[in-house]
Design a protein around this ligand. Structure first.
Ligand code: HEM
Ligand code: SF4
Length: 557
């Protein structure tokens, strides 16, 4: 499947990179530009960063004969999405000192900061390091941030999968020490022998790889969108093993029918943690060896699965593992949304889930969310956990400390806001898109809040305002906001235009289908008005909008 004489240019950059160093040192020292050299733009991703520019200011900059306003996005590696209150306070300060100030919770349970100028990149990473945080492998052709069911109040088993997420993340870290060499300590003497990398070798993976772990009945991680999906199988309140599914991935390219969104397919069941780790490792080596390295649009693990067939992929993994998979076991997901507000866990500790619209933590007029969270962190009595729905859980609060946190939440309008926003808004996800994402064709997180405000009265008209309908928007078909896996998906095609997808299920087990192409706001609202009307009249009892639209799509075929 890979033509060795026709490797994509990124393959050369990786293998010639001297352990992902490239000429990053020289690029950083070059004061004449805010950008870095072209090859280094590929390599910097493996260190958790993207070079970006402010797309809103391109015209102005060009008219002044200035180069684009370049800056960097840095994403943390936070398996399972957890920070202590000290780390949150540290992050708050780092965001103030080096970035736009907005702390952004991502759809993969981590945090990223935007707008970091080249001269601030190294100081930012050094400051992260002081907080025991890193951004290694948060982007690039490697395993990315490992996600896991986020709400510890869901089950006493959470700690076990949170630890597994950490172990997988460690196991899949690149062995090169270039991160420390480049960003932390220039003088570090590195024994290159310790950099030999049996997993990634010098080629790394053909493309990015994502791993998620879910504890049924909660699928808040949207586990089937991952290249490798682990589903904990619970018997008598104990994890007895994991179903492993492979080949999820939501990205596609407009106009390229060879590309598609796909949910992971079940490979089988393994019982011990040792076997899970081995299986994950070998699933990755098979993708490393068989994945497409010629065409990056066809290089995700999902395409390798569809080339080898699930049986073929399984037998290659089993051969490398030295054991076989058992047939997948029964499991059932019952919900995917976050549990907003207060919940108490099995140990009597309290958890408060804050609704954060599209994960953007900042102070705005009348809603000082960011300042409020800093005050809460300063009590030292909470931990911060992030969900794949871009929300925040203030966690592990003792009974004696609850009132203090409750007061701070009220004082800063946080609990009132979380209580009052509509069901649709609470179930909305959007990707970053404009102004920083170079791939965005349309708005994402800046526009979905506005559109939701316009959809809310339409739902009310049909008495549907309390329905937990999932709506997700992405500025392009790459699917970072998981738009293909929503009941209503909006996928940017051009500025102000979207493809409207419907028919996905509420639990993340069935992708949606394109219903209308390239439409603007007016037509989106008209179409939804019509669909909500038919839904309110013709739904079966308890039928979700997603299931109804799926049924509706079959009738109009
Ligand atoms: C070809 C496929 C993809 C490409 C080229 C791509 C590229 C990008 C880029 C450039 C950004 C940075 C946006 C910014 O910060 O300004 C981004 C953000 C992000 N992407 Fe992707 N992406 C792809 C698919 C996906 C998929 C399928 C997922 C997960 C379902 C995903 C998860 C994320 C996350 C979590 C962020 C962080 C921001 C957020 O939460 O919106 N990406 N991606
Ligand atoms: S979905 Fe597209 S527009 Fe949105 S962040 Fe991902 S790459 Fe950018």
């Amino acid at each position: 499947m890979t033509d060795k004489n026709n490797l994509s240019p990124v393959e050369r950059i990786k293998t010639n990179s001297n352990g992902l160093r490239g000429t990053l040192k020289e690029s950083l020292l070059d004061d004449f530009t805010g950008a870095i050299r072209e090859d280094d733009q590929t390599l910097i991703k493996f260190h958790g960063m993207y070079q970006q520019d402010d797309r809103d200011r391109r015209e102005e900059r060009v008219s002044k004969k200035l180069e684009w306003l370049y800056s960097y996005m840095i994403r943390l590696r936070l398996p399972g999405g957890f920070l202590t209150s000290e780390q949150w306070a540290g992050l708050h300060e780092i965001a103030e000192n080096h970035s736009t100030g907005v702390i952004k919770i991502t759809t993969r349970q981590t945090i990223q900061l935007h707008g970091i100028l080249k001269s601030h990149v190294k100081p930012t990473i050094r400051d992260f390091n002081l907080q025991h945080l890193d951004s290694i492998a948060a982007c690039g052709d490697v395993n990315r941030n490992v996600t896991c069911t986020s709400n510890p109040s869901e089950s006493p088993l959470h700690q076990e999968i949170y630890e597994l997420a950490g172990k997988i993340s460690e196991m899949c870290l690149p062995k090169t020490k270039s991160y420390y060499d480049l960003w932390i300590d220039d003088e570090l003497a590195i024994d290159r022998k310790t950099e030999e990398d049996p997993l990634y070798q010098d080629r790394y993976l053909p493309r990015k790889l994502k791993i998620g772990i879910a504890i049924p009945p909660n699928n808040d991680v949207d586990v089937f969108i991952n290249d490798i999906a682990l589903i904990a199988i619970i018997e008598n309140d104990k994890i007895v093993g994991y179903n492993i599914a492979v080949g999820g991935g939501l990205g596609a390219t407009h106009g390229n029918d060879a590309t598609y969104a796909r949910l992971a397919s079940l490979l089988g069941f393994v019982d011990t943690e040792e076997k899970v780790l081995k299986a994950v490792y070998e699933i990755i080596t098979v993708q490393r060896d068989f994945g497409n390295r010629s065409d990056r649009k066809l290089s995700r693990l999902k395409y390798t699965i569809d080339k080898l067939g699930i049986e073929g992929y399984r037998s290659e993994v089993e051969k490398r593992c030295g054991f076989t998979f058992e047939p997948a076991r029964e499991f059932k997901f019952e919900q995917r949304k976050d549990r907003y507000g207060w919940v108490q866990n099995h140990e009597g500790k309290w958890f408060y889930t804050v609704f954060v619209e599209h994960g953007r933590i900042l102070d705005i007029d009348g809603y000082p969310l960011k300042s409020g969270l800093l005050k809460i962190a300063e009590t030292g009595n909470v931990n911060f956990r992030f969900t794949c729905n871009q929300n925040l859980i203030l966690s592990d609060i003792l009974e004696k400390d609850k009132a203090e946190i409750e007061n701070l939440l009220k004082e800063h309008g946080i609990s009132t806001y979380t209580d009052e926003v509509s069901a649709l808004r609470k179930n909305s996800v959007a990707c970053v898109a404009l102004n920083t994402c170079s791939l965005a064709l349309a708005e994402g997180q800046r526009y979905l809040p506005v559109l939701v405000t316009k959809i809310e009265p339409v739902l009310e008209k049909y008495g549907l305002q309390n329905e937990d309908i999932t709506i997700r928007m992405t500025g392009c078909p790459n699917g970072c906001g998981r738009s293909p896996n929503a009941e209503i998906g909006l996928v940017g095609t051009a500025y102000g235009k979207y493809n409207l997808h419907i028919g996905g299920d509420r639990l993340g087990m069935r992708l949606n289908t394109k219903f209308k192409e390239n439409i603007g706001e007016e037509e989106i609202l008209e179409t939804l008005d019509e669909l909500f009307g038919i839904y309110s009249e013709g739904r079966h009892s308890e039928e979700t909008f997603g299931d109804f639209s799926y049924r509706y799509l079959q009738t109009i075929k």
